[in-house]
Ligand binder design. Structure first.
Ligand SMILES: [Zn+2]
Length: 454
């Protein structure tokens, strides 16, 4: 039956922002600077002067061009800015026409950066550069015939490692630390079949190897997770491998970590009430069996189908609130209660994939706090899914194992160099963290096709 987040859980939620859960020790070795790649830091500074290499921004040589950057103000238009920079209204209207197919100047928004490029600081604007997001910029060349070009910013990919130890739950850790959500989410994806994350406990350790994308020295996106290690009462590994036949995460023996059923339907959650045939119901104030497992999570957290299946019911009852029941095979059904709403397209007969979002965490029906009451039905009876054992899949084909083992060694060699994290007695936001430069786009060279190069 429905179960909410009762008092102690509420207190726990309240203490989220005061408790620091992860012990993090930063040992950043990331090689981001160009200089640190080219010069040896142990060397004294060169005594003989060498001409400085030209510095480029947006592909413009700063020795030859004068760049004026501004942040677009609310209700500020190009027609307010450009006439002061020697551009007439006829050109602006031509620019509006010519930019339609690439990146229309009508899409300019307040709060974004705009740069005016001139070869003579007192002369007229020759180019405009608009930055719609962290990843790209758009160059509007006003010289001769107007051209517009969207350019991907040069970026650097670092292979990074990180380790942490839980002081309470992963869910708490997420809220209290500065770890990128995407990284923990990727870890849950990789290990979510073998590690029961909502039951993560104090002392659990994890180590991750992943790519991080940097632009202008700032981390902008978490890339692929290459390997994950998690230690609770057992050691769990998920190593990424890909060839023509396989793609995904594998354990040390080359078995896919993926199983037919996910351990839990919500990420970043914790178990607020277990399957219990003798439970005292907090709302009904009497003993009433709890046939489900309650996962408390933030309002509107996505709820995932734990396995491929078909929607049998997507409906509302007074007790269940908005709920979905899926059929997976002739024996097994799963049920998810108290949703705020269903995901788009979820109705009777819809086919869903494992991990697909079917609804969002709410407290509709008989519930006091935000959670999903998850029910696992086997042959028409509700069972405790946390006690079920699903057979591990077969290892990959023998022919593919040598390639997998060599990849495995490569990733394990890195994981094994990551020092064990330690629980800190002092509250601090620290993880063991390091990185190494993997690839870099043309950081050293100006874009050869830049409109600014003469
Ligand atoms: Zn429940």
């Amino acid at each position: 039956m429905a179960k909410g987040v009762h008092r102690t859980d509420k207190e726990r939620m309240r203490s989220l922002f005061t408790d620091i859960i992860l012990s993090l020790i930063i040992a950043s070795l990331c090689i981001l600077g160009i200089n640190s790649l080219k010069s040896n830091n142990n060397q004294p500074i060169a005594e003989t002067e060498t001409p400085a290499a030209p510095v480029y921004k947006f592909g413009f040589n700063l020795d030859q061009f004068h760049l004026e950057s501004m942040t677009i103000k609310p209700n500020q238009f190009l027609s307010d800015i450009l006439p002061y920079n020697g551009i007439d209204f006829k050109t602006i209207s031509e620019l509006e026409q010519k930019s339609k197919d690439t990146y229309s100047i009508r899409r300019f928004r307040a709060g974004k950066d705009l740069t005016i490029v001139k070869s003579d600081p007192c002369g007229k604007a020759e180019c405009l550069v608009y930055e719609p997001n962290q990843f790209t910029y758009v160059v509007y060349d006003l010289r001769d015939s107007i051209t517009v070009k969207e350019v991907e910013k040069p970026f650097t990919v670092c292979e990074e490692t990180l380790s942490g130890v839980l002081e309470t739950t992963l869910w708490d850790a997420m809220s209290a630390s500065s770890l990128p959500m995407a990284l923990i989410s990727n870890m849950e994806d990789a290990l979510g079949w073998s590690v029961d994350f909502p039951r993560a406990q104090k002392g659990d350790q994890f180590k991750l190897v992943y790519d991080m994308k940097y632009i202008d020295g700032e981390p902008v996106a978490v890339g692929n997770l290459k390997g994950a290690y998690y230690k609770n009462d057992k050691e769990h590994y998920a190593l990424h491998f890909e060839n023509e036949k396989y793609s995904g995460f594998y354990d040390l023996e080359g078995r896919a970590t993926k199983r037919d059923f996910l351990k839990s339907p919500v990420k970043f959650s914790y178990i607020s009430s277990r399957y219990n045939l003798r439970r005292f119901h907090p709302i009904l104030k009497r003993r009433r069996p709890h046939y489900g497992t309650d996962y408390a999570a933030a309002k509107n957290s996505p709820i995932s189908a734990v396995a491929d299946g078909t929607v049998e019911i997507a409906s509302y009852t007074k007790a269940n609130g908005n709920y979905v029941k899926l059929r997976h095979d002739s024996q097994i059904q799963t049920q998810y209660l108290h949703m705020t709403k269903f995901a788009k397209g979820i109705k009777r007969g819809t086919r869903v994939k494992q991990g697909e979002t079917i609804g969002y965490v709410g407290k509709t029906g008989l519930a006091t706090g935000y959670h999903v009451c998850f029910r696992f039905w086997k042959n028409g009876k509700q069972v405790d899914h946390t006690r079920m054992n699903f057979p591990p899949p077969k290892p990959m084909d023998k022919d593919d194992l040598p390639a997998f083992f060599s990849k495995k060694k490569e990733i394990l060699d890195i994981i094994n160099t990551i020092p064990d994290p330690v629980i800190q007695t002092v509250k601090s936001d620290t993880t063991l963290h390091s990185s190494k430069l993997l690839t870099s786009t043309d950081l050293f060279n100006p874009m050869t096709n830049s409109p600014s190069l003469k």
